[in-house]
Design a protein around this ligand. Sequence first.
Ligand code: RM4
Ligand code: MN
Ligand code: MN
Length: 400
Amino acid sequence: MPIDHDHVLSLLDQFNIEVPSWGFADTGTRFGKFLQAAAASTTEEKLADAGVVHRFTGCTPSVAVHVLWDFTAGTDPSDTARMAGKHGVRIGSINPNLFQDQSYKFGSATSPNPVARKTADDHVTDCIRIAQAVKSDLLSFWFADGINYPGQDDLVTRKRRMSAALKKWHDQMPGDMTMLVEYKPFEPAFYATDVADWGMAYLYSKQAGPRTKVLVDTGHHLPGQNIEHLVAFLLDEGMLGGFHFNDRKYADDDLTLGSIDPYAVFRIFHEIRNASEVHGTDVSKIAYMVDQSHNLKPKIEAMIQTVTTAQELYAKACLVDRKKLLDAQARMNIVDAEETLRDAFNTDVKPLLRKWREKKGIAPDPMHAYRASGYEARVGKERTEARKARGESSSGSSYA
Ligand code: RM4
Ligand code: MN
Ligand code: MN
């Protein structure tokens, strides 16, 4: 079947990806950080870098922010929104920080310590206020809550505490705000994590209220999990809120998307297109976000690579011949059905993407154009000077 270019081009128009502010800062592992001269230290620098990614890729109009790392207490959050606008982007999801305060040693929402629960509650109230001030309609929760040893705390009591907290926060949100619940099987809790998998996230979300959905971070699964299957399942239940894109080989590695298994990412996109085109599911509200930690690659290059890879794999999924697939499935011809997917996956979509960029008036090869701009070398010099002037050696604090 000939490729319907216009159809894919218009689907690409609707495919926006949110980049995380923390992806531009110096990060590392618990063994150490390797500093990059061009890494962003300040919120303004992170927003400027996000603006650069948007300028060269044309599909990252919003930036996810982490409340503790990107907003300063006592300052007006709408200043940050204005700053984003100045750099050609807007503030996207608001990520509360429920894991760094000392009071969270035994958890936040699920802690046996009422002081910790109150601190978490106050923080979420602040986050809702910040979201309103910056005109964001997405609150994205990730909990480090859990226990390290069997018997450390009562699992059912913790479940009830989580449920009650999420319900309260759901009801506290203005009517046009949605909250996302992210899950993760381990780390930092080593024995039992309170929101450990998509089943728990689904149930907590369901109980919290209709404006709560599940967030699938592709790195947050135990080895062997069939992610596209749970994506299809959540979509059909109207419970898929969004993604944190990254790739991994072993654990929550936060590598660039598609670096390890691009076919797996393609299969996720295939299920999304399938839900829309075969089952009529509304997929327009899915929040596509990147959650990566670029500790070795240059930050902006890693982000451009991720975003263009996501576009390529999404375009390939748009090319799956659904009629042919349905027909092969009806004939119970496994080989034909599978080949329909492989044909799309193996199609070279680079010319299509060049065409899309041409239409948008941006350079056909974003990485090449970015490198030619000399941005990294320039800000590398400027930021090193600025850090020196502030008496800092690295780009400041973040979790990794
Ligand atoms: C987690 C998770 C969250 C992120 C935290 C800091 O592993 O992926 O999305 O906000 O890290
Ligand atoms: Mn994540
Ligand atoms: Mn993670």
